[in-house]
Design a protein around this ligand. Sequence first.
Ligand SMILES: Nc1nc2c(ncn2[C@@H]2O[C@H](COP(=O)(O)OP(=O)(O)O)[C@@H](O)[C@H]2O)c(=O)[nH]1
Ligand SMILES: [Mg+2]
Length: 398
Amino acid sequence: MSLNDTPRANRLHIGIFGKRNSGKSTLVNALTGQKLSVVSDQPGTTTDPVFKSMELHPVGPVVFIDTAGFDDEGQLGQLRVDKTREIMDKTDIAIVVFDGMDFHKELEWAGQLEKAGAAVIPVVGKADLDKAQAEAVKEAVKRELNMEPILISALAKTGLDQVKAAIEAAVPEDFKRQKILGDLVGDGQLVLLVMPQDIQAPKGRLILPQVQTIRELLDKRCVTVCTTADQFAFGLAALKEPPALIITDSQCFKRVYEQKPSASRLTSFSVLFAAYKGDIDTFAEGAEAIDRLTPSSKVLIAEACTHAPLEEDIGRVKIPRLLRKRFGESLQVDLCAGNDFPRDLESYDLIIHCGACMFNRRHVLSRIAKAKDAGVPITNYGITIAKLSGILDKIQLP
Ligand SMILES: Nc1nc2c(ncn2[C@@H]2O[C@H](COP(=O)(O)OP(=O)(O)O)[C@@H](O)[C@H]2O)c(=O)[nH]1
Ligand SMILES: [Mg+2]
Protein backbone atom coordinates (compact mmCIF):
# COMPACT_ATOMS: atom_id res chain seq x y z
CA MET A 1 0.00 0.00 0.00
CA SER A 2 1.36 3.40 -0.83
CA LEU A 3 0.91 6.24 1.66
CA ASN A 4 -1.48 7.96 -0.74
CA ASP A 5 -3.83 5.00 -1.00
CA THR A 6 -7.08 4.74 0.88
CA PRO A 7 -6.32 2.34 3.76
CA ARG A 8 -7.92 -1.04 3.21
CA ALA A 9 -9.88 -0.71 6.45
CA ASN A 10 -11.79 2.25 4.96
CA ARG A 11 -12.74 0.50 1.74
CA LEU A 12 -16.05 -1.14 0.99
CA HIS A 13 -15.40 -4.88 1.46
CA ILE A 14 -16.91 -7.02 -1.31
CA GLY A 15 -16.52 -10.76 -0.68
CA ILE A 16 -16.97 -13.43 -3.37
CA PHE A 17 -18.41 -16.69 -2.03
CA GLY A 18 -19.28 -19.95 -3.75
CA LYS A 19 -18.19 -23.51 -4.32
CA ARG A 20 -14.76 -24.36 -5.57
CA ASN A 21 -14.51 -24.11 -9.36
CA SER A 22 -17.68 -22.00 -9.63
CA GLY A 23 -15.71 -19.19 -11.28
CA LYS A 24 -15.13 -16.88 -8.29
CA SER A 25 -11.56 -16.00 -9.20
CA THR A 26 -12.46 -15.49 -12.86
CA LEU A 27 -15.25 -13.15 -11.71
CA VAL A 28 -12.93 -11.09 -9.51
CA ASN A 29 -10.46 -10.83 -12.37
CA ALA A 30 -13.23 -9.76 -14.75
CA LEU A 31 -14.68 -7.19 -12.33
CA THR A 32 -11.32 -5.66 -11.53
CA GLY A 33 -9.92 -6.03 -15.04
CA GLN A 34 -6.79 -7.48 -13.53
CA LYS A 35 -5.31 -10.94 -13.37
CA LEU A 36 -4.66 -11.37 -9.70
CA SER A 37 -6.24 -14.61 -8.59
CA VAL A 38 -5.08 -17.91 -9.98
CA VAL A 39 -7.76 -19.39 -12.18
CA SER A 40 -7.67 -23.07 -12.96
CA ASP A 41 -9.98 -25.99 -13.55
CA GLN A 42 -8.39 -27.67 -10.54
CA PRO A 43 -10.75 -27.26 -7.55
CA GLY A 44 -9.15 -25.60 -4.53
CA THR A 45 -6.69 -23.39 -6.42
CA THR A 46 -7.37 -20.32 -4.29
CA THR A 47 -6.26 -21.06 -0.74
CA ASP A 48 -5.83 -17.93 1.38
CA PRO A 49 -8.31 -15.16 0.65
CA VAL A 50 -6.92 -12.71 -1.93
CA PHE A 51 -7.57 -8.98 -1.37
CA LYS A 52 -7.64 -6.66 -4.34
CA SER A 53 -8.15 -2.94 -3.87
CA MET A 54 -9.46 -0.72 -6.64
CA GLU A 55 -11.56 2.34 -7.42
CA LEU A 56 -14.97 1.07 -8.52
CA HIS A 57 -16.77 3.86 -10.32
CA PRO A 58 -19.07 5.37 -9.02
CA VAL A 59 -18.92 3.53 -5.68
CA GLY A 60 -15.40 4.65 -4.70
CA PRO A 61 -12.58 2.75 -3.01
CA VAL A 62 -13.43 -0.93 -2.62
CA VAL A 63 -11.59 -4.13 -1.88
CA PHE A 64 -12.63 -7.39 -3.53
CA ILE A 65 -11.96 -10.52 -1.51
CA ASP A 66 -11.61 -13.76 -3.43
CA THR A 67 -12.23 -16.73 -1.14
CA ALA A 68 -11.34 -20.40 -1.28
CA GLY A 69 -14.79 -21.90 -1.61
CA PHE A 70 -16.98 -23.19 1.19
CA ASP A 71 -17.28 -26.78 -0.04
CA ASP A 72 -13.66 -27.68 0.64
CA GLU A 73 -12.85 -31.14 1.95
CA GLY A 74 -10.25 -32.75 4.19
CA GLN A 75 -8.18 -31.18 6.94
CA LEU A 76 -6.54 -28.57 4.71
CA GLY A 77 -9.98 -27.92 3.26
CA GLN A 78 -11.43 -27.20 6.69
CA LEU A 79 -8.66 -24.65 7.24
CA ARG A 80 -9.67 -22.91 4.02
CA VAL A 81 -13.33 -22.96 4.96
CA ASP A 82 -12.43 -21.40 8.34
CA LYS A 83 -10.47 -18.66 6.55
CA THR A 84 -13.47 -18.04 4.30
CA ARG A 85 -15.71 -17.86 7.36
CA GLU A 86 -13.45 -15.17 8.85
CA ILE A 87 -14.00 -13.08 5.73
CA MET A 88 -17.74 -13.26 6.33
CA ASP A 89 -17.35 -10.98 9.37
CA LYS A 90 -15.67 -8.26 7.30
CA THR A 91 -17.96 -8.38 4.29
CA ASP A 92 -20.16 -5.37 3.53
CA ILE A 93 -21.42 -6.83 0.26
CA ALA A 94 -21.34 -10.55 -0.57
CA ILE A 95 -21.51 -11.86 -4.11
CA VAL A 96 -22.71 -15.46 -3.83
CA VAL A 97 -22.01 -17.48 -6.97
CA PHE A 98 -24.56 -20.23 -7.67
CA ASP A 99 -23.30 -23.06 -9.82
CA GLY A 100 -25.71 -25.86 -10.69
CA MET A 101 -28.97 -27.14 -9.21
CA ASP A 102 -27.50 -28.43 -5.94
CA PHE A 103 -27.22 -25.14 -4.11
CA HIS A 104 -28.06 -25.86 -0.48
CA LYS A 105 -24.55 -24.72 0.58
CA GLU A 106 -24.97 -21.46 -1.30
CA LEU A 107 -28.33 -20.86 0.40
CA GLU A 108 -26.88 -21.69 3.79
CA TRP A 109 -24.01 -19.21 3.30
CA ALA A 110 -26.26 -16.53 1.88
CA GLY A 111 -28.34 -16.85 5.05
CA GLN A 112 -25.34 -16.66 7.33
CA LEU A 113 -23.92 -13.69 5.45
CA GLU A 114 -27.20 -11.82 5.79
CA LYS A 115 -27.31 -12.62 9.48
CA ALA A 116 -23.76 -11.26 9.81
CA GLY A 117 -24.98 -7.99 8.33
CA ALA A 118 -23.78 -8.30 4.74
CA ALA A 119 -25.88 -7.36 1.71
CA VAL A 120 -26.13 -10.43 -0.52
CA ILE A 121 -26.00 -10.30 -4.33
CA PRO A 122 -26.80 -13.73 -5.80
CA VAL A 123 -25.36 -14.53 -9.24
CA VAL A 124 -25.65 -17.62 -11.42
CA GLY A 125 -22.29 -18.29 -13.02
CA LYS A 126 -21.07 -19.77 -16.30
CA ALA A 127 -24.27 -18.77 -18.10
CA ASP A 128 -22.43 -19.10 -21.42
CA LEU A 129 -22.24 -22.88 -21.05
CA ASP A 130 -25.89 -23.92 -20.93
CA LYS A 131 -28.30 -21.02 -21.01
CA ALA A 132 -31.40 -23.14 -20.30
CA GLN A 133 -29.77 -24.73 -17.26
CA ALA A 134 -28.62 -21.31 -16.00
CA GLU A 135 -32.18 -19.96 -16.36
CA ALA A 136 -33.52 -22.96 -14.44
CA VAL A 137 -31.02 -22.37 -11.62
CA LYS A 138 -31.95 -18.70 -11.59
CA GLU A 139 -35.67 -19.47 -11.21
CA ALA A 140 -35.06 -22.03 -8.47
CA VAL A 141 -32.76 -19.68 -6.53
CA LYS A 142 -35.25 -16.86 -6.93
CA ARG A 143 -37.96 -19.00 -5.32
CA GLU A 144 -35.73 -19.86 -2.37
CA LEU A 145 -34.11 -16.48 -1.75
CA ASN A 146 -36.89 -14.14 -2.80
CA MET A 147 -34.24 -12.24 -4.73
CA GLU A 148 -33.56 -12.21 -8.44
CA PRO A 149 -30.09 -13.62 -9.18
CA ILE A 150 -28.02 -12.07 -11.98
CA LEU A 151 -26.99 -14.38 -14.83
CA ILE A 152 -23.30 -13.91 -15.55
CA SER A 153 -20.45 -15.29 -17.53
CA ALA A 154 -17.14 -14.18 -16.13
CA LEU A 155 -15.47 -15.74 -19.16
CA ALA A 156 -17.64 -14.08 -21.83
CA LYS A 157 -17.87 -10.98 -19.61
CA THR A 158 -21.65 -10.77 -19.65
CA GLY A 159 -23.79 -9.60 -16.73
CA LEU A 160 -20.86 -7.75 -15.17
CA ASP A 161 -22.43 -4.30 -15.55
CA GLN A 162 -25.50 -5.61 -13.75
CA VAL A 163 -23.29 -6.90 -10.93
CA LYS A 164 -21.60 -3.50 -10.64
CA ALA A 165 -24.99 -1.77 -10.57
CA ALA A 166 -26.15 -4.19 -7.87
CA ILE A 167 -23.03 -3.38 -5.83
CA GLU A 168 -23.74 0.33 -6.16
CA ALA A 169 -27.33 -0.17 -5.03
CA ALA A 170 -26.25 -2.31 -2.06
CA VAL A 171 -23.75 0.12 -0.49
CA PRO A 172 -24.93 0.43 3.13
CA GLU A 173 -26.16 3.85 4.29
CA ASP A 174 -23.74 4.01 7.22
CA PHE A 175 -20.87 3.41 4.81
CA LYS A 176 -21.89 6.35 2.63
CA ARG A 177 -22.07 8.84 5.44
CA GLN A 178 -19.02 7.60 7.29
CA LYS A 179 -17.48 10.65 8.93
CA ILE A 180 -15.04 10.78 11.81
CA LEU A 181 -15.98 14.10 13.38
CA GLY A 182 -19.75 14.15 13.05
CA ASP A 183 -21.05 17.53 14.20
CA LEU A 184 -18.31 18.10 16.76
CA VAL A 185 -16.67 20.89 14.80
CA GLY A 186 -17.91 23.39 12.23
CA ASP A 187 -16.26 24.39 8.99
CA GLY A 188 -13.21 26.58 9.37
CA GLN A 189 -12.92 26.34 13.17
CA LEU A 190 -9.70 26.14 15.16
CA VAL A 191 -8.77 22.65 16.37
CA LEU A 192 -5.86 21.52 18.53
CA LEU A 193 -4.63 17.94 18.31
CA VAL A 194 -2.65 16.47 21.21
CA MET A 195 -0.52 13.45 20.47
CA PRO A 196 1.72 11.61 22.89
CA GLN A 197 5.45 12.10 22.57
CA ASP A 198 6.11 8.35 22.52
CA ILE A 199 4.35 8.16 19.19
CA GLN A 200 3.44 4.51 18.62
CA ALA A 201 4.01 4.45 14.88
CA PRO A 202 6.82 3.42 12.58
CA LYS A 203 9.58 6.01 12.27
CA GLY A 204 8.59 8.91 10.05
CA ARG A 205 4.88 8.06 10.14
CA LEU A 206 1.73 8.98 12.02
CA ILE A 207 -0.86 6.41 13.03
CA LEU A 208 -3.94 6.09 10.83
CA PRO A 209 -6.52 7.70 13.16
CA GLN A 210 -4.37 10.84 13.32
CA VAL A 211 -3.80 10.95 9.57
CA GLN A 212 -7.48 10.43 8.78
CA THR A 213 -8.65 12.98 11.35
CA ILE A 214 -6.24 15.61 10.03
CA ARG A 215 -7.41 14.88 6.50
CA GLU A 216 -11.06 15.35 7.45
CA LEU A 217 -10.32 18.55 9.38
CA LEU A 218 -8.50 20.01 6.39
CA ASP A 219 -11.43 18.99 4.15
CA LYS A 220 -13.56 21.10 6.52
CA ARG A 221 -10.97 23.90 6.17
CA CYS A 222 -10.35 23.81 9.92
CA VAL A 223 -7.16 25.42 11.17
CA THR A 224 -5.48 22.35 12.58
CA VAL A 225 -2.66 22.66 15.09
CA CYS A 226 -0.76 19.62 16.36
CA THR A 227 1.26 19.32 19.55
CA THR A 228 2.82 16.63 21.69
CA ALA A 229 1.36 16.20 25.18
CA ASP A 230 4.29 17.84 26.98
CA GLN A 231 3.94 20.97 24.82
CA PHE A 232 0.17 21.22 25.29
CA ALA A 233 0.23 24.25 27.61
CA PHE A 234 2.69 26.05 25.33
CA GLY A 235 0.55 25.20 22.30
CA LEU A 236 -2.55 26.62 23.96
CA ALA A 237 -0.75 29.77 25.02
CA ALA A 238 0.48 30.32 21.48
CA LEU A 239 -3.10 30.45 20.16
CA LYS A 240 -4.94 33.77 20.14
CA GLU A 241 -8.23 32.16 21.10
CA PRO A 242 -9.20 28.85 22.70
CA PRO A 243 -9.65 26.12 20.11
CA ALA A 244 -13.25 25.13 19.39
CA LEU A 245 -12.26 21.52 19.82
CA ILE A 246 -9.33 19.67 21.33
CA ILE A 247 -8.74 16.11 20.19
CA THR A 248 -6.30 14.25 22.38
CA ASP A 249 -4.72 10.85 22.48
CA SER A 250 -6.55 9.02 25.25
CA GLN A 251 -3.32 8.34 27.11
CA CYS A 252 -3.02 12.00 28.15
CA PHE A 253 -6.75 12.55 28.55
CA LYS A 254 -6.73 13.51 32.19
CA ARG A 255 -3.88 15.99 31.94
CA VAL A 256 -5.43 17.69 28.92
CA TYR A 257 -8.83 17.85 30.61
CA GLU A 258 -7.36 19.55 33.66
CA GLN A 259 -5.48 22.12 31.60
CA LYS A 260 -7.97 22.88 28.87
CA PRO A 261 -9.85 26.20 28.55
CA SER A 262 -13.50 25.83 29.55
CA ALA A 263 -14.59 27.17 26.15
CA SER A 264 -12.94 24.27 24.33
CA ARG A 265 -14.78 21.02 23.79
CA LEU A 266 -12.72 17.89 24.36
CA THR A 267 -12.75 14.50 22.75
CA SER A 268 -10.20 11.82 21.97
CA PHE A 269 -9.05 10.00 18.87
CA SER A 270 -10.27 6.74 20.34
CA VAL A 271 -13.70 8.13 21.12
CA LEU A 272 -13.99 9.45 17.56
CA PHE A 273 -12.92 6.10 16.19
CA ALA A 274 -15.21 4.22 18.55
CA ALA A 275 -18.06 5.91 16.72
CA TYR A 276 -16.47 5.71 13.28
CA LYS A 277 -15.45 2.08 13.67
CA GLY A 278 -18.22 0.77 15.85
CA ASP A 279 -21.16 1.92 17.91
CA ILE A 280 -20.49 4.68 20.40
CA ASP A 281 -23.69 4.14 22.40
CA THR A 282 -22.96 0.44 22.90
CA PHE A 283 -19.39 1.24 23.91
CA ALA A 284 -20.46 3.96 26.37
CA GLU A 285 -23.02 1.57 27.88
CA GLY A 286 -20.40 -1.20 27.97
CA ALA A 287 -18.04 1.05 29.93
CA GLU A 288 -20.64 1.21 32.71
CA ALA A 289 -19.99 -2.51 33.28
CA ILE A 290 -16.56 -1.54 34.63
CA ASP A 291 -18.31 -0.41 37.82
CA ARG A 292 -19.79 -3.89 38.21
CA LEU A 293 -16.46 -5.76 37.99
CA THR A 294 -15.20 -7.63 41.05
CA PRO A 295 -11.81 -9.16 41.95
CA SER A 296 -12.98 -12.47 40.44
CA SER A 297 -14.20 -11.01 37.14
CA LYS A 298 -12.89 -12.00 33.73
CA VAL A 299 -12.08 -9.38 31.11
CA LEU A 300 -11.21 -9.93 27.44
CA ILE A 301 -8.97 -7.44 25.67
CA ALA A 302 -9.33 -7.63 21.88
CA GLU A 303 -6.45 -6.14 19.95
CA ALA A 304 -6.65 -5.81 16.15
CA CYS A 305 -2.93 -5.36 15.63
CA THR A 306 -0.58 -8.30 15.91
CA HIS A 307 2.43 -5.97 16.25
CA ALA A 308 5.22 -6.84 18.66
CA PRO A 309 4.13 -5.57 22.09
CA LEU A 310 5.43 -2.10 22.89
CA GLU A 311 6.85 -1.37 26.29
CA GLU A 312 3.85 0.64 27.45
CA ASP A 313 1.38 -1.13 25.23
CA ILE A 314 -2.08 0.22 25.98
CA GLY A 315 -4.00 -3.06 25.64
CA ARG A 316 -1.39 -5.43 26.98
CA VAL A 317 -0.03 -3.27 29.81
CA LYS A 318 -1.82 -0.04 30.59
CA ILE A 319 -5.45 -1.11 30.72
CA PRO A 320 -4.78 -4.35 32.65
CA ARG A 321 -2.71 -2.35 35.15
CA LEU A 322 -5.44 0.28 35.60
CA LEU A 323 -8.07 -2.44 36.07
CA ARG A 324 -5.97 -4.43 38.54
CA LYS A 325 -5.17 -1.30 40.48
CA ARG A 326 -8.87 -0.88 41.04
CA PHE A 327 -10.07 -4.50 41.31
CA GLY A 328 -7.00 -6.33 42.59
CA GLU A 329 -4.42 -8.68 41.15
CA SER A 330 -6.85 -11.61 40.97
CA LEU A 331 -8.79 -10.00 38.14
CA GLN A 332 -8.39 -12.24 35.08
CA VAL A 333 -7.42 -10.40 31.90
CA ASP A 334 -7.17 -12.38 28.63
CA LEU A 335 -5.91 -11.02 25.35
CA CYS A 336 -6.76 -11.95 21.78
CA ALA A 337 -5.12 -10.38 18.74
CA GLY A 338 -5.72 -10.02 15.02
CA ASN A 339 -8.49 -12.10 13.52
CA ASP A 340 -8.71 -14.37 16.56
CA PHE A 341 -11.83 -13.80 18.60
CA PRO A 342 -12.93 -16.46 21.10
CA ARG A 343 -16.09 -18.39 20.31
CA ASP A 344 -17.00 -18.84 23.97
CA LEU A 345 -17.53 -15.24 25.02
CA GLU A 346 -20.12 -16.09 27.70
CA SER A 347 -17.55 -16.55 30.45
CA TYR A 348 -16.42 -12.92 30.18
CA ASP A 349 -17.82 -10.04 32.21
CA LEU A 350 -16.54 -7.40 29.83
CA ILE A 351 -14.86 -7.12 26.42
CA ILE A 352 -12.58 -4.16 25.76
CA HIS A 353 -11.77 -3.69 22.07
CA CYS A 354 -8.95 -1.62 20.61
CA GLY A 355 -9.67 1.37 18.37
CA ALA A 356 -9.67 -1.03 15.40
CA CYS A 357 -7.95 1.28 12.91
CA MET A 358 -6.84 -1.87 11.07
CA PHE A 359 -10.39 -3.28 10.90
CA ASN A 360 -13.25 -2.14 8.76
CA ARG A 361 -16.44 -0.98 10.45
CA ARG A 362 -18.38 -4.12 9.52
CA HIS A 363 -15.77 -6.26 11.29
CA VAL A 364 -16.19 -4.34 14.55
CA LEU A 365 -19.98 -4.38 14.22
CA SER A 366 -19.88 -8.16 13.80
CA ARG A 367 -17.91 -8.43 17.04
CA ILE A 368 -20.38 -6.16 18.79
CA ALA A 369 -23.16 -8.45 17.53
CA LYS A 370 -21.32 -11.51 18.87
CA ALA A 371 -20.85 -9.85 22.25
CA LYS A 372 -24.53 -8.96 22.36
CA ASP A 373 -25.51 -12.51 21.40
CA ALA A 374 -23.42 -13.76 24.32
CA GLY A 375 -24.87 -11.13 26.64
CA VAL A 376 -21.45 -9.63 27.36
CA PRO A 377 -20.96 -5.85 27.55
CA ILE A 378 -18.40 -4.50 25.10
CA THR A 379 -16.49 -1.21 25.10
CA ASN A 380 -13.19 0.06 23.72
CA TYR A 381 -9.79 1.32 24.84
CA GLY A 382 -10.45 5.06 24.68
CA ILE A 383 -13.80 4.87 26.46
CA THR A 384 -12.30 2.57 29.12
CA ILE A 385 -9.45 4.99 29.86
CA ALA A 386 -11.89 7.88 30.04
CA LYS A 387 -14.11 5.87 32.37
CA LEU A 388 -11.23 4.76 34.61
CA SER A 389 -9.95 8.33 34.84
CA GLY A 390 -13.46 9.47 35.83
CA ILE A 391 -13.97 11.77 32.88
CA LEU A 392 -16.26 9.78 30.62
CA ASP A 393 -19.08 12.20 31.38
CA LYS A 394 -16.85 15.17 30.54
CA ILE A 395 -15.93 14.29 26.99
CA GLN A 396 -17.80 14.97 23.79
CA LEU A 397 -19.23 11.93 22.05
CA PRO A 398 -19.71 12.40 18.33
N1 LIG B 1 -17.50 -21.43 -19.47
C1 LIG B 1 -17.14 -20.74 -18.42
N2 LIG B 1 -16.13 -21.14 -17.66
C2 LIG B 1 -15.78 -20.40 -16.59
C3 LIG B 1 -16.45 -19.22 -16.25
N3 LIG B 1 -15.89 -18.70 -15.13
C4 LIG B 1 -14.90 -19.55 -14.80
N4 LIG B 1 -14.82 -20.57 -15.66
C5 LIG B 1 -13.86 -21.69 -15.63
O1 LIG B 1 -14.11 -22.46 -14.49
C6 LIG B 1 -12.89 -22.92 -13.92
C7 LIG B 1 -12.77 -22.48 -12.48
O2 LIG B 1 -12.70 -21.08 -12.42
P1 LIG B 1 -12.11 -20.31 -11.15
O3 LIG B 1 -12.34 -18.87 -11.38
O4 LIG B 1 -10.73 -20.76 -10.84
O5 LIG B 1 -13.10 -20.88 -10.02
P2 LIG B 1 -13.01 -20.68 -8.42
O6 LIG B 1 -12.45 -21.94 -7.88
O7 LIG B 1 -14.42 -20.48 -7.99
O8 LIG B 1 -12.16 -19.50 -8.14
C8 LIG B 1 -11.79 -22.38 -14.81
O9 LIG B 1 -11.42 -23.36 -15.76
C9 LIG B 1 -12.43 -21.20 -15.49
O10 LIG B 1 -11.87 -20.91 -16.75
C10 LIG B 1 -17.53 -18.79 -17.08
O11 LIG B 1 -18.17 -17.76 -16.89
N5 LIG B 1 -17.82 -19.60 -18.16
MG1 LIG C 1 -10.49 -19.35 -6.97
